[in-house]
Design a protein around this ligand. Structure first.
Ligand SMILES: [Ca+2]
Length: 93
């Protein structure tokens, strides 16, 4: 079953010790599977933080490349991450 994520908020933190400061949230209109678990990481090592989203439904991990900038992120459509030519599965339903 697919669940449409109407809003996904990306918090870009600027850490100052244990007192983080957050930028304005970025709203996304993307479709991911149920029980999504987003994580921010620079997956392709281009200096821009991307979104890595694990999902329970289907057990897939999706990469949303940041095609914008650090201060104004925009995200490409999802790419299902693979290893050895097969979709990575982390279990789930
Ligand atoms: Ca990146």
């Amino acid at each position: 079953m697919r669940i449409v994520f109407a809003v996904l908020i990306l918090l870009v933190g600027i850490a100052a010790g244990w007192d983080p400061l957050f930028e304005e949230p970025v709203l996304m209109d993307q479709t991911v599977g149920g029980c999504a678990d987003p994580f921010v990481a620079d997956w392709n090592d281009d200096g821009l933080d991307d979104l890595i989203v694990g999902q329970y439904a289907g057990g897939r991990i999706k990469w949303f490349e940041n095609t914008g900038s650090a201060g104004n992120p925009a995200f490409a459509s999802a790419v299902v991450l693979q290893a050895d030519g097969s979709n990575i599965s982390v279990g789930g339903t």
